[in-house]
Design a protein around this ligand. Structure first.
Ligand SMILES: [Zn+2]
Length: 258
């Protein structure tokens, strides 16, 4: 769902350049203070930063950040697997009859093929979370990120051929990632409930945080590699149900894709 039309990379960049041109064109005749220039550059830098780091702004590309529903339904999403802990996560999901989306790091698949087979067999969706999840992926060239995403995509399609779902590593987007996704015809999936499970690390607090932010159509960001994830889910799933919410079956069904 596109939350804005104009606060996007190209309109903002063009407006910034026009601003610079106007400043230098009129600076001497109107004795404009250089403070205007500094404020303009700072404003541009802040917008660029927020655009890259807040996926929900849809600044570089349009992500699906919520389910297109007003019903009390939510979707759990797990990043960074498969991992030794993923099996226990799958067990808890099965016990509570909850389907989720797993965004897979391609390089983690080797040796964990059975986990991917199990995900698909149990009705979960799998998506691309890059092959390398490299720390510097955000500064890679378009060619390099496209190759990385394509390598992961080939592996994902071995298990779920129709999958076109993608979640950017670290949730960061930029023009090169946007081009790569367009080229590979992948749909970026963001979130609108961030659990901060990688930094809070306290099951009770994370549970409270997520419950506090619940809303119809929520897409919840979690990480299946964390040791406490099964314990968190044992608390969170019943708590979500207690609030009168159900779990969406998948994202591809036409009722839930925006
Ligand atoms: Zn990740």
């Amino acid at each position: 769902m596109s939350s804005n039309r104009f606060i996007k990379f190209w309109p903002v960049t063009i407006a910034f350049l026009i601003g610079l041109f106007v400043f230098f064109a009129f600076q001497s005749s109107f004795h404009l203070s250089f403070w205007y220039l500094i404020i303009w550059i700072k404003l541009f830098a802040i917008i660029q930063f927020c655009g890259a780091y807040f996926i929900g702004l849809n600044f570089h590309l349009t992500s699906i950040n919520n389910l297109n529903t007003t019903e009390k339904k939510v979707m759990l999403t797990f990043d960074d697997g498969p991992h030794a802990n993923t099996e226990k996560v799958l067990e808890v999901l099965k016990k509570h009859d909850v389907k989720a989306i797993f965004f897979i790091i391609g390089k983690n698949i080797h040796g964990n093929e059975a986990i991917l087979n199990q995900m698909v067999a149990e009705g979960h969706q799998i998506g691309n979370h890059s092959f390398s999840h490299h720390n510097w992926i955000d500064v890679w060239s378009t060619k390099k990120v496209t190759e990385d995403f394509a390598t992961c995509q080939k592996l994902i399609e071995l298990y779920q051929p129709q999958s076109k779902l993608f979640r950017p590593p670290f949730g960061v987007t930029n023009p090169n990632i946007a081009k790569a996704l367009k080229q590979l015809n992948l749909q970026s999936i963001g979130w609108n409930v961030r659990s901060y499970d990688t930094s809070i690390k306290d099951v009770k607090k994370i549970n409270q945080r997520v419950i506090h932010q619940l809303k119809p159509g929520a897409i919840i960001l979690l990480h299946d590699r964390l040791d406490f994830m099964p314990e968190l889910l044992e608390r969170l799933i019943p708590a979500i149900k207690e609030k009168g919410y159900g779990f969406a079956e998948n994202l591809i069904n036409k009722d839930s894709v925006s």
